[in-house]
Design a binder for this molecule. Structure first.
Ligand SMILES: N[C@@H](CCC(=O)N[C@@H](CS)C(=O)NCC(=O)O)C(=O)O
Length: 365
């Protein structure tokens, strides 16, 4: 059986897995997640309407891009190098940037899509759901399907008073990434790693493909555009193994400082609130969102939904840190301090979490 990827071009997380499959040179078939596919494959096997979903060669159904890539990475035979660098600080950075791409850059991705390219996105949603319908029919269907997604932009923090800050932060990130890719083929050097697969999610389906941010990327950031196109379509060059060192390219540091400044404070806050909720609801699975909490971007304060799932990704970073020998741990801590990510050193870990579809539950519960 060949691998099947159920998803769509318009989907953030499908772009992440598709890029990985092509990069890993694994033969696969991509099936558009139409209404029929949701009904016949996704809902019965996963229980919630979500993409992407992957059927492995042995017929196992996997949901969640981190789980999908980790499973394929673990089972790879004489194939591509691992997406996880072998050295401690690079692996730390790969895990951090995956978390940044998956859980934070949803803000600009959703903002540009739903505040600039709404009608276009509705047509795309309709085409995904009903590939055989007329353009007019697809637009109507897409309009209905798009409602929860279009609300996501403001729920995630791109409220009207924060839009300028979201754009300022994204344009600055684009400039930082462009400077980085001017001298480096991938985020950590020669080889694509989990850092690249994390960032390709938002930077392909939304910020490259959608008309308004796509034009912005092509105009302002030709090196980012080239990286997106290589990683998504022609990843051969990005399979050169990393060298044996553990240094981080200097051009990546502003991006890591940005992640530390923007995303870490709300993650620390989320950890406190999730711990408190778990203490009050022993053994219970967490809701997908736990109210709202504040965040700061470019000097402005906004509000966004708190998603416990993000802490499952932080747990992966923390597990890596805790697995390090004392000398390596000391170096990793010094590195975290140097990029302003001190919060990861003694992060207020909630009780251990297990992933549960689109949220989390107490591990073992
Ligand atoms: N963290 C998950 C998220 C998957 C996800 O959010 N998929 C989006 C489309 S790109 C979706 O189907 N969302 C449905 C929903 O959030 O209800 C992953 O890595 O796969």
């Amino acid at each position: 059986m060949t691998i099947t990827l159920y998803g769509g071009e318009v989907s953030y997380f499908t772009g992440k897995v598709r890029a990985y499959l092509r990069w890993a040179d694994l033969p696969f078939e991509e099936v558009i997640a139409s209404a029929d596919v949701y009904r016949q494959v996704i809902l019965p096997s996963v229980g919630v309407p979500v993409i992407p979903v992957l059927r492995t060669q042995s017929g196992e159904i996997l949901q969640d891009t981190t789980v999908i890539i980790d499973t394929l990475d673990r089972d790879r035979a004489n194939g591509p190098p691992s997406v996880y660098p072998a050295t401690p600080i690079r692996k730390l950075v790969a895990l951090m940037l995956e978390t940044y791409g998956d859980e934070w850059l949803v803000i600009p991705a959703m903002h540009y899509r739903w505040h600039y390219d709404r009608e276009w996105a509705m047509g795309e949603f309709g085409a995904l759901n009903a590939p055989q319908a007329s353009a007019e029919e697809q637009f109507k269907i897409g309009g209905k399907l798009a409602v929860p997604f279009s609300n996501a932009a403001s729920l995630l923090g791109a409220t009207p008073d924060m839009m300028d800050a979201v754009e300022t932060a994204y344009e600055a990130l684009l400039a930082e990434l462009d400077a980085h890719f001017a001298s480096s083929p991938a985020l950590l050097g020669a080889q694509a790693t989990m850092a690249d697969f994390g960032l390709i999610g938002p930077l392909y389906a939304h910020l490259y493909r959608d008309p308004t941010p796509g034009e912005l990327m092509r105009r302002r950031a030709p090196n980012v555009t080239r990286w997106v196109e290589e990683l998504q379509f022609q990843p051969q060059r990005l399979r050169q193994p990393l060298d044996d060192g553990d240094d981080i390219p200097a051009t990546l540091l502003p991006i890591l400082r940005r992640m530390a400044r923007e995303q870490l404070p709300p993650l620390v806050d989320a950890a406190g609130k999730v711990s408190a909720w778990m203490a009050e609801h022993p053994g219970e699975p967490l809701p997908r969102t736990l109210g709202k909490h504040g965040f700061e971007l470019e000097g402005r304060r906004g509000e966004r939904i708190l998603r416990p799932y993000s802490l499952w990704m932080v747990q992966r970073i923390r597990d890596h840190l805790k697995s390090l020998e004392p000398a390596a741990r000391e170096q990793a801590d010094a590195f975290l301090r140097s990029i302003g990510a001190d919060a990861l050193i003694d992060f207020p870990d909630p009780p251990r979490l297990a992933r549960d579809k689109l949220s989390v539950r107490p591990a073992g519960g």
